[in-house]
Write a protein that binds this ligand. Sequence first.
Ligand code: HEC
Ligand code: HEC
Length: 277
Amino acid sequence: MNNPRQLFLTTWISLAAAGALFPAPPAKPKNPLGEAAEVVAAGRALYNKTCTGCHGPDGSDGDRAPSLNAARRYFRLSEAAIFDAVKNGIPGSPMPSSPLPEMEVWKIVAFIRNIRATASDNHVSGDVENGMKVFMQEGGCRACHMIRGQGGTLGPDLSSVGAQLTLQKLRDALTTELPPSNGFRPVTVITAAGLTVQGVLRNEDAFSLQLLDRNGKLHLFDRQELRTIEYGKRSPMPRNIDKRLSERDFQDLIAMLSRQARSKMRMEQQGENEVGR
Ligand code: HEC
Ligand code: HEC
């Protein structure tokens, strides 16, 4: 052990064993057919012919089975677990095993993964580093959003946004007017003392109101101490980002956001919440 080379090797091996140098890759038995567009299209046709007695067409909600698209939180994330559910059925549920040959089942698996794909599953092209710069500087996003612990709190934390939204929903969030969701409704109050406070409504009940202002400060008001309360109809999220930025900066921003997928990486590595294999 006084041999420096041996010491190096031992340290190296124990580091590797601890997963510090080589974190275990997510266990992913590969679909032997791949996930190319023709495979997905063939799977879609098979699915619409075989499965819509219970599930809805194209993976939507059916009368007798849940939707298979991104509308719900899934339990089966890996190819293997989806394959297993389709091939062998789900014991104790109406989901039957399938008599289809294995290669046909793989086509359906490719289709189901395709309709579930979130932004992080797409390899969005663009300069991620520049996208982060746009986020932090000229885009003004960090005033309201946090990524990995940096930024404001008025809007949602975007550290996992790539794993939460489909690519289309991500684009829509930056470009189309949507009604404000719970927790982000703008509100302006004037207190009895004449002070105006603006922000988003975090919570309210018959007696009190919680408002988060743009500086990230939470205000708790007694309704009795307020002269007026005005609720806004538009979310504070600016929805014309594509017009405010150059085409290139916008693309880079989307590329960067689509790669913010913390929770998904963790889920796939640990198989968190996954049932089946
Ligand atoms: C007889 C009705 C029925 C038919 C036919 C059917 N399913 Fe299902 N399926 C269900 C039900 C019910 C569930 C929910 C089971 C549960 O988790 O309790 C389900 C669940 C699933 C799941 C698991 C979803 C998840 O992430 O947990 C997949 C994948 C699936 N079905 C795919 C298919 C495919 C592909 C076909 C056609 C080859 C098919 N199903 C045919 C009833 C059906
Ligand atoms: C004035 C504050 C503010 C600024 C500036 C802002 N946002 Fe937002 N953003 C919000 C709020 C609030 C929401 C939540 C909207 C809602 O659901 O009503 C939101 C929602 C979003 C969402 C959807 C998140 C989800 O999980 O649905 C994305 C993506 C997003 N913003 C990205 C950006 C980007 C990129 C920028 C910079 C170009 C930006 N925002 C600038 C306040 C802001």
